[in-house]
Design a protein around this ligand. Structure first.
Ligand SMILES: C[S@@+](CC[C@H](N)C(=O)[O-])C[C@H]1O[C@@H](n2cnc3c(N)ncnc32)[C@H](O)[C@@H]1O
Length: 310
């Protein structure tokens, strides 16, 4: 999918992504001037730019992103840094292989700011939002072959319910799946608003309107499934201890409890194995002034661990 095919993507990519929790990150993580940092989700380069300023000409910043548009944005944002900037369009699940390809053994910092950028949410070709009718796509990496529409229109009712339950934690998953299967037997679901309407219908009840849109959890579930988000996170977390220098730091910002729980358990396991010291007993969250400036930071949780010399 190219920008020519989707003019909306050009406009959306102009939307500025404001990096979250930058202050606590910079307070806790300092790079030596000849250090090496992996920004596993370089996005628009917001975090990378802050850290990249700490690096001199002998330093390296390796930025990964699955989205070509993010890589292009980061290239501009990071163009005037003194360090060597290497940007690779790859899933962070492959960090290990990419470090080997780049001839890098161990690094000082691994940072991942999970999920999607503001521009991706605004990009009407991507189907991450149900505020306007958009194709039911949800791929952050357009080289993936399965879209949300493929899942919604082809999974069996039980499989669909399992996805919605497991990744969306929606207790009404079976009812939602039943309504989707009924609807698609009449007409395939092709847009985000069509899907949102079916989910809303499945969950329609009297009484107070719900706090969040009834389709929010189903959308989260499909996005996680389409992008293999949890498997990728596990692969990154598993590769990290061998790729961090002694004293090196891993910092992960997550936006929902399924991610945060995985990070917490991985850090605990590596602490028990003597590989990590955990620097954040509880996840750090945004202060009220950051939430006011950048509402996206409301659900962000930051966990940091340091590689022990062992
Ligand atoms: C929240 S944004 C990162 C923003 C960035 N920290 C900044 O300050 O501009 C998340 C980015 O990670 C990318 N992404 C999500 N999952 C990924 C994965 N498994 N591997 C690589 N990039 C991923 C998305 O395409 C998006 O550009």
């Amino acid at each position: 999918m190219t920008a020519e095919q989707h003019p909306a993507q050009d406009e959306a990519s102009d939307v500025q992504h404001v990096p979250v929790l930058t202050e606590p990150l910079l307070e806790r993580i300092q790079l030596p001037t000849d250090g090496i940092m992996v920004d596993a989700t370089v996005g628009h380069g917001g975090h990378s730019r802050h850290f990249g300023r700490q690096l001199g000409p002998a330093g390296v910043l390796l930025g990964l992103d699955v989205d070509q548009h993010s890589i292009q944005r980061a290239r501009t944002t990071l163009s005037d840094l003194a360090c060597r900037v290497v940007l690779v369009r790859e899933n962070f699940a492959r960090m290990d292989e990419i470090l080997t390809q780049q001839g890098i053994d161990t690094v000082d910092v691994i940072l991942a700011d999970l999920g999607f950028c503001s521009g991706q949410l605004e990009d009407t070709s991507r189907g991450l939002s149900f505020q306007t009718p958009q194709p039911l796509d949800m791929r952050l990496d357009d080289r993936l072959t399965t879209t949300a529409a493929d899942l919604v229109n082809s999974l069996g009712q039980k499989e669909l319910a399992d996805v919605i339950y497991e990744y969306g934690q929606d207790r009404a998953s079976r009812r939602i799946a039943r309504f989707i299967v009924q609807q698609r037997s009449v007409k395939k679901l092709t847009t985000t608003t069509e899907l949102a309407a079916v989910v809303a219908k499945a969950l329609r009840r009297g009484g107070k309107p719900p706090r969040i849109h009834p389709a929010t959890r189903t959308f989260q579930a499909l996005r996680i499934a389409v992008n293999h988000e949890l498997e990728s996170l596990d692969a990154l977390l598993d590769a990290a201890p061998d790729r961090l220098k002694p004293g090196g730091t891993i910092a992960i910002i997550s936006f929902h409890s399924l991610e945060d729980r995985r990070v917490k358990l991985n850090f605990r396991k590596n602490k028990a194995n003597g590989l990590y010291e955990i620097l954040t007993k509880k996840p750090m969250t945004a202060m009220p002034d950051e939430i006011e400036r950048n509402p996206r930071s409301r659900s962000a949780k930051l966990r940091i661990a340091r590689r022990t010399p062992g």
